[in-house]
Every structure is written in structure tokens, then in C-alpha cells.
Design a protein around this ligand. Structure first.
Ligand SMILES: *Cc1c(COP(=O)(O)O)cnc(C)c1O
Length: 420
């Protein structure tokens, strides 16, 4: 671990070495443990202290004046630019994102998406948005971005010809997400990102599902990798946070954009996210194994028409997932066979272990009935070849409970569904 206290810089208390150095030889799972611990505090405690501060005090006027000359993590300035708690989290996140030189934090995952888009786009630009992105991402394109003079075009990320044709000379950026929100399609990110680059556009990817552990997005060709830390990194359903990581070209604009938007995250939340990060690899491994067992079990149920789980051999998107990903997680969906919404509600309401709620990636399992039609404009639902009745879907976020208990809970749900 590169511990390089440098008292000549700022106060010395928060000085951090940025990613790289010897750390790069470690595997990502090890870097989850060692990352973000290069500050001076690491000589006496494992975790950075929670620095609650609007005001940082300077030793003298010269130090105060020195503070405005640079804009780097590791130098105290004012609370909005963070303290060792937030810098440690940034350092740890940069350390697990191959190709990144820095990470910017945001108060939510959505704020990270909007903040990144606003750092990249200007009035008159056209933004291409994959049709299966997170619904609030679509709303941002249709709402505030439009009001600021940025046009958007939705495209089907599985249709490379239509994607290619969607570019014009004002296309400045492409917003991607993999797998697609709710419907779990896996698109060919390396190809989509390469086409964007060839056409002079910036590619941003919402990588919340796999995180950089399962999908090193910058290495796969994207320019900006965005993660809702609210999900796997927090991991305990008790915080909202987001991050964007990038290489040389985009890190500075992201940072300036976030600062000009006034974004800051609380040191308490940053400390919780760091704590979550330490165990993320273990949780993801366990959740992935349970999700696979449950997805296989669902495939054998006659009540189920389709299991949308790219980690599962034979499921849509599995080939690309296998080619491009090094890991998965506990989030997937399934579609009921010939049932209506009332039947679906009976199923979900009968579940005792699965909570009913938004979000995912926590230690506890969740079930969410969802409807696709209102949140797509290019991709068909039900999908081609499916029965028209087969459209009522449920998303599961598999947590750390024993998969056997979760299967018993789903069995209870199926019983209740067909008793109604
Ligand atoms: C939850 C989620 C977000 C937004 O994260 P928040 O922290 O809830 O704002 C963004 N993208 C995806 C794919 C998500 O599931």
C-alpha cells in the first residue's frame, strides 16, 4: 500500500497517493481491502476518521493562500471539496476501476448520471440514450437536459445498424447501461463504445449492476463509468451515493462539473460506503451463486415463461455476458406465463422473505413487479416471439439469505398466485 505522507502539501493530515503504483499488481478483490488507506491516518487506524467539517483550519495565512492554488484531493480547502473520508472513498474506487485516474462522488446514483451528462454536454448537442436505461435517466434526457437545449434520441442498443444511423454531426455523447434496467438485455459495449469514439462522441455507461469488479467499463472502451454506490457498494440499504470514474480526458471536466453544480457527499455516508466496499466482492459472489440457483429453479416452473438472467446459460445475453464480464450479481427478472397483473400481485404480496421495494444490492432480498411499456420507446415488449400474454414481470434482488429459504418463499408466492 503506497503510504506517502507529504507534510509539505496542505496539512499533511489528508494527503493521499492517487491510484497506481505497486497497488496495480493486486487483484481487484484485494484492492477492495487495501484501497483508500494511504492517508496519514492509516498509520494509527484502519479506517479514515469521519471528518465532519464545513471549515478546515489553516496553520497560517500562507497555507490559506496556498489552498486556492490547486484543486486536488488530499488538500484541505473547504468542506465542499471533501476531507480524508471522501478522498479515501474516491481513492479506493479509482483503485478498482482499471483505466481511471480519478473518481468524483455525487449525492446519489442519479446525481452521478446527471452530473456526468452535464459535464460533457452543451446546448445544441444531441445525446443518444439506450432505450433500456434506468427510467430516471430517460426522464433527465426528456426533462432538464431538453430544457437546457440538449436534444436526445433513444436507440435500441441491440440494433447496431439503427445505432450507427442515429448519429448526426451534433451527436456529442452516448448514454449506455448494461444489462438493461429491468429487462436485463446485454448489449455489445465494446462495439457501441468504439462506434461512438469513431464518430467523436463520448460514451458513458451506467455500470451499477456489475460494478467495475464484474465489468471494467473503461477497459471495455467507455469514457466514463458511473455507479450508483447506493446499491452494491453501500450494500446495506442505508445510504444514497453515486460515483463517476474516468481517465485523463474526462476526470477534470467531471470534477469541475460536480463542483460547479455544488455537489458534496456527507463524510458519514462516505464512511459507510467505504465499509460496504470492503466486503463487496464476497457479497457479490454469494448473491451471484444464489441468484443462479434461483434462476435455474424458476426456469423449471410451469408458471414462468422467461427468466431474464444473463448469467444463466441459455438466457438472453448470456454469450455477451460471458465474453465481456468477469462477474455478476443478484439482480435479475422473470416473466409470468399467461398470468395477469392481479395474479402477479398475489404472488408478490404472499412473499415473506422478499421485501417489496425499489433499489437493490442490499443484504436483503427484494421483489419488484414492473411494467415495461411506459419506459421504452424503441424496444418491443413483449419481446419478439413471446406470447402476448407473457408480459407481467417481476425483478428479484437476491440478498444474503440462504437460497433454499428464498426458493421456499417463492414457492409460497406461486401457490398464492394460482389460488386467487
Ligand atoms: C438505482 C439506480 C440508479 C440510481 O441510483 P440512486 O442512488 O438511487 O439515485 C442508477 N442506475 C441504476 C441502474 C440503478 O439501478
Amino acid at each position: 500500500m503506497g503510504r506517502r505522507p507529504d507534510h509539505a502539501q496542505g496539512t499533511g493530515i489528508g494527503t493521499l497517493s492517487m491510484a497506481g503504483g505497486d497497488d496495480s499488481k493486486q487483484t481487484p478483490a484485494t484492492r477492495l481491502v487495501t484501497g483508500g488507506r494511504s492517508g496519514d491516518f492509516a498509520e494509527s487506524v484502519v479506517n479514515p476518521p469521519v471528518w465532519r467539517a464545513s471549515t478546515h483550519l489553516y496553520a497560517n495565512v500562507a497555507a490559506l493562500r496556498e489552498g486556492v492554488k490547486t484543486n486536488e484531493d488530499g488538500r484541505f480547502f473547504y468542506g465542499r471539496r471533501g476531507s480524508p473520508t471522501q478522498w479515501s472513498l474516491c481513492e479506493a474506487l479509482t483503485g478498482i476501476e482499471p483505466g481511471a485516474v480519478g473518481t468524483v462522488l455525487y449525492p446519489s446514483g442519479l446525481a452521478a448520471i446527471v452530473g456526468s451528462l452535464m459535464a460533457v454536454l452543451r446546448s445544441g448537442d444531441v445525446l443518444l440514450v439506450a432505450d433500456n436505461t434506468y427510467d430516471p435517466t430517460r426522464n433527465t434526457a426528456m426533462g432538464i437536459l431538453k430544457r437546457f437545449g440538449i436534444e436526445h434520441r433513444f436507440f435500441d442498443p441491440l440494433d447496431l445498424v439503427a445505432y450507427d444511423a442515429a448519429f448526426c454531426d451534433r451527436t456529442r455523447a452516448v448514454m449506455l447501461e448494461v444489462p438493461g434496467s429491468l429487462t436485463m438485455e446485454v448489449c455489445d459495449i465494446p462495439t457501441l463504445a468504439r462506434i461512438a469514439r469513431d464518430k467523436g462522441a463520448v460514451s458513458l455507461v451506467d455500470n451499477t449492476w456489475a460494478t467495475s469488479l464484474g465489468f471494467p467499463a473503461l477497459e471495455r472502451g467507455c469514457d466514463i463509468a458511473i455507479t450508483a454506490l447506493t446499491k452494491h457498494v453501500g450494500g446495506h440499504s442505508d445510504l444514497m451515493l453515486g460515483a463517476a470514474s474516468a481517465g485523463e480526458r474526462w476526470y477534470r471536466p467531471l470534477r469541475m462539473g460536480a463542483q460547479q453544480l455544488g455537489h458534496v457527499v456527507s463524510p458519514d455516508d462516505a464512511a459507510l460506503a467505504l465499509r460496504g466496499l470492503r466486503t463487496m466482492a464476497v457479497r457479490l459472489e454469494r448473491e451471484t451463486a444464489s441468484a443462479l440457483a434461483i434462476a435455474e429453479w424458476l426456469c423449471r416452473r410451469e408458471e414462468v415463461a422467461h427468466v431474464l438472467c444473463p448469467m444463466l446459460p441459455g438466457s438472453p445475453g448470456h454469450d455477451l455476458w460471458q465474453r465481456d464480464f468477469t462477474g455478476g450479481c443478484g439482480l435479475f427478472s422473470f416473466v409470468l406465463k399467461g398470468r395477469d397483473d392481479a395474479a402477479r400481485c398475489r404472488l408478490v404480496d404472499a412473499l415473506e422473505l422478499f421485501g417489496i421495494g425499489y433499489s437493490w444490492g442490499g443484504f436483503e432480498s427484494l421483489a419488484l413487479p414492473f411494467d415495461v411499456e411506459p419506459v421504452r420507446s424503441r424496444m418491443a415488449w413483449p419481446k419478439a416471439g413471446w406470447g402476448v400474454e407473457d408480459r407481467y414481470a417481476i425483478r428479484l434482488s437476491i440478498g444474503l439469505e440462504d437460497a433454499k429459504d428464498l426458493i421456499a418463499d417463492l414457492e409460497r408466492g406461486f401457490d398464492a398466485m394460482d389460488k386467487g
